[in-house]
Design a protein around this ligand. Structure first.
Ligand code: HEM
Length: 231
């Protein structure tokens, strides 16, 4: 009886893992595998995998907070715990490069926040020079540049090492992000240079616009086309 139960539970886990094989085809892997935007949208519509790769029935079940067996497309019922275990196993890192790629979303927040704050601090400095925000700007720009460099390197691990992408969104994101890192390092150098602030102001304004576009495209890739619902 117990052996039967163990066999059944392991079979269920294997089944979930097998069902989620196309997740290999999740958006995350789709970017690595050079899929086009349309192919990724088609894959999402298939229904077995969502943007984050969970088998959708199990995911909805987990989200609803229920613990009784979830009804799946397969004959064998799969409990929420089994689905969770299968998902945890499936998400294990496979290589150092895989881990570095997964750090991209964490690193990406630093340049966005710090360089946009640098833009605000620079505007305040322009309007109220007496506030003496020069050191604040230096701090924000150099932190933002370090963050941008890290985000860009991790981004290449997340998106795959190639010069051309079939996904238009990823191509824009890859090269805009790489350019942001290079320009941010230049901005850090300008922030420490004495004298006129004109060049620094121009570069910070450019970075602010590029970062908003970058964040938008990042969201498009992770949450799907038209993720802000503007179209
Ligand atoms: C300063 C540079 C960069 C910034 C600020 C940035 C920002 C972002 C953001 C905000 C996201 C969405 C993360 C989330 O919500 O979970 C994202 C996703 C992504 N970015 Fe970047 N990015 C940068 C550079 C790059 C570069 C150079 C690449 C190279 C291809 C890249 C590849 C990706 C990929 C593939 C995703 C989707 C993540 C996934 O599929 O798991 N990024 N990025």
């Amino acid at each position: 009886m117990t052996v039967l139960r163990i066999l059944r539970s392991h079979f269920a886990i294997l089944l979930v893992a097998a069902l989620s094989l196309p997740v290999d085809a999740s958006a995350h892997d789709g970017h690595k595998k050079d899929m086009s935007d349309a192919e990724m949208a088609q894959m999402e519509m298939h229904g077995d995998a969502d943007m984050h790769g969970a088998p959708s029935a199990a995911r909805d079940h987990l989200a609803s907070g229920k613990t009784e067996p979830a009804a799946t497309t397969a004959a064998t019922p799969v409990t929420a715990e089994q689905a969770l275990e299968a998902k945890i196993a499936e998400n294990r890192i496979t290589s150092a490069g895989d881990l570095l790629g997964r750090l991209h979303p964490v690193a990406a927040h630093f340049p966005i926040a710090l360089l946009l704050m640098a833009a605000i601090a620079e505007i305040l400095l322009f309007m109220r020079p007496a506030w003496g925000l020069e050191i604040t700007v230096r701090f924000l720009v150099s932190g933002g540049a370090a963050g941008a460099a890290a985000a860009a390197v991790f981004g290449w691990f997340a998106g795959g090492w190639r010069l051309e992408d079939r996904s238009e969104t990823l191509a824009l994101h890859r090269w805009n992000g790489t350019a942001i890192a290079a320009v941010a390092i230049m901005a850090a150098w300008l922030a420490f240079r004495p004298g006129s602030r004109k060049a620094l102001r121009f570069v910070i304004a450019l970075l602010a616009v590029a970062l908003v576009i970058q964040g938008y495209h990042g969201g498009e890739m992770v949450f799907g086309p038209n993720h802000l619902g503007l179209e």
